[in-house]
Design a protein around this ligand. Sequence first.
Ligand code: PLP
Length: 398
Amino acid sequence: MNDICLMNLRELFLRHVAQTSDGPLGLEIVKAEGSVLYDVNGKEYIDLVGGISVANTGHRHPAVTDAIKKQVDSYLHIMVYGEFVESPQVQYAKLLTDHLPATLNSVYFTNSGAEAVEGAMKLAKRFTNRTRIIAFKKAYHGSTQGSLSIIGDEYWRNAFRPLLPDIIHSDYGTLDSLKEITEQTACVIAETIQGEAGVVSPSKEWMKELRERCTSTGTLLILDEIQAGFGRSGKLWGFQHFDIVPDILLLGKALGGGMPLGAFIADKKIMSSLTNRPELGHITTFGGHPVSCSAGAAAMKVLLDEKLVESVKSKENLFLSLLVHPKIKSVRTSGLWLAIEFDSFETNKKIIDACIQDGILTDWFLFAPQCLRISPSLIISEEQICKAATIILKNCDL
Ligand code: PLP
């Protein structure tokens, strides 16, 4: 008998799979479908996390799994990114750019969100010949050295110093922060809506001023929509709420339809500065993997064909109408992205744990541990929303 039969899988997970915290959720899921997860004991969970804004079209949408199977039967990895004409990449880049403003017409596919952030920072430095980067407090952009350098929380950055130089962390949404953007700034990088801060939207005025200040100083505006994209906020792209267009758009998470994929997207005029001097200055082996691109394109077609974005507002309102309780201090929302705020992490954690016991999977936010996370698939039904809200409210009474 092998070790897996002799030992509990959870023990093996703790022993052999590198751990990111002392308290992993540790659920053993054997199947996921739509908005429901099934554990090894047959227990069902309504998934309010959606893989952290990945499963926007639900888990294992048949159109996505069919596209994956079809691609697997044609080819997997064949050559490093950018050398061969790979139909899944080309088709997906076309689909994405067809649904973006005309200046976002060139897609560089990566493996992950953090890699998209890294690529965009390099592109901005290369294009502007400047080095300074302005990022924002409470922003999350990833865990690699470059993306860690720009995240907006010293607790997470400090242990890994020295990080990238010439970075300013500014106050998100404040007019004062815009004064820091000068002719020395290569780029400003902002989440269109801050996710890990607990779903924080800036004002339209601020976004417009930010756009103008970047334009007037020749600074590139990078908007990170790795969580906010693909309908999460109630529009296909978060920046559509603000009537602005970034110079570089970052996508990830839902981009791959459940497969690993990231992208930075810009105008060809900007993107072409990565093509030479040095040639091959930004390369990746697996970026834009054909299976990931096939899955992502299928998921995006589902999002569009099934008009999922149009259903977001009423589902957001349903959650909002139900989530009323003396223990709930506030509910911040941006589409099907909600942060329910309690008085402390301890209160929140108690409610999260009780919800999981009751078959509702939820979580907290990295920079807002007192807030309970709701970022389900956009196909979640009204019945599932009512059930989830009833259980959250029941556990608020604990
Ligand atoms: N940017 C944002 C806004 C994110 O939420 C994340 C991940 O949570 C990232 C970047 C990093 O993406 P990845 O974990 O795929 O590297």
